[in-house]
Design a protein around this ligand. Structure first.
Ligand SMILES: [Zn+2]
Length: 241
């Protein structure tokens, strides 16, 4: 996976501000992997691809924080994305063809990112689950009853076994009270936060160098990080008495 270029990061930030979390992740992958129908791939494929893109562009160390649900202490922790990616099995590339299975009187396929984005627009979690189940049921009428209870648990477990990267949980332990809990790793949000922070930093650099030297945004970005840092330092020295 190639790293995103700075001009791509700025464009992703600009167009992503008005999009939902899943669309932001898909858009970043569409830019990084031109020609691939990223929305039709299983949810775990999106997660793994986003973590690879994040690692290539911003490095494999992910700094995060969470509040302990028992005592409320804020806890900072690091995720080693390289180790995490090594440990996760490769998800199927195609939601329908490679992963269909029969269960409880119907054939099912894995949810893909398009299904998940559609479900995210539902009015409540129950309606979202129904939308997802209807999209993934391959050979039944639309008005056929949806699975509930143990049948639903079984179908969800089979989907999770086929695509474990769709739901990555991190185990945490509070340093203050030793409480142990898990948090879900949200790859869409992680990548978007990095894109936003990087874009804001780039815009600030452009602003400072445009003021100091009269350069345009493309001229500043064309400098590359090392030469830009030197010019920023020189511009600071001139303005600092
Ligand atoms: Zn605690």
């Amino acid at each position: 996976m190639d790293a995103l270029m700075e001009s791509q990061i700025l464009a992703l930030w600009e167009t992503g501000r008005d999009r939902g979390p899943i669309d932001r992740g898909l858009h970043a992958l569409a830019v990084a992997m031109p020609g691939v129908d990223v929305a039709s791939r299983p949810v775990g494929w999106r997660t793994l691809s986003l973590l690879r893109l994040r690692s290539a562009t911003f490095g494999p160390r992910l700094a995060a924080c969470a509040d302990c649900p028992a005592c409320g202490s804020a806890m900072a922790f690091d995720v080693d994305l390289a180790a995490l990616l090594d440990a996760l099995p490769e998800p199927p590339e195609r939601a329908a063809q490679e992963s269909a299975f029969d269960a409880h009187g119907a054939a099912w396929r894995l949810p893909n990112s398009r299904d998940q984005a559609n479900a995210a627009s539902a009015v409540d979690p129950g309606a979202a689950l129904d939308l997802l189940l209807r999209a993934c049921r391959l050979d039944a009428r639309d008005d056929a009853l949806l699975p509930r209870g143990a049948a639903l648990d079984d179908i969800e477990a089979r989907m999770e076994a086929l695509d474990p990267a769709a739901n990555i949980e991190l185990s945490l332990r509070c340093a203050d009270c030793a409480h142990e809990w898990t948090v879900v790793l949200d790859a869409d949000a992680c990548v978007w936060e990095d894109i936003s922070a990087c874009a804001r930093g780039l815009l600030l650099d452009v602003h400072r160098l445009a003021r100091a030297y009269g350069w345009t945004e493309p001229q500043v970005l064309a400098l590359g990080p090392a030469r830009r840092a030197v010019y920023l330092d020189l511009a600071d020295r001139e303005t600092t008495p």
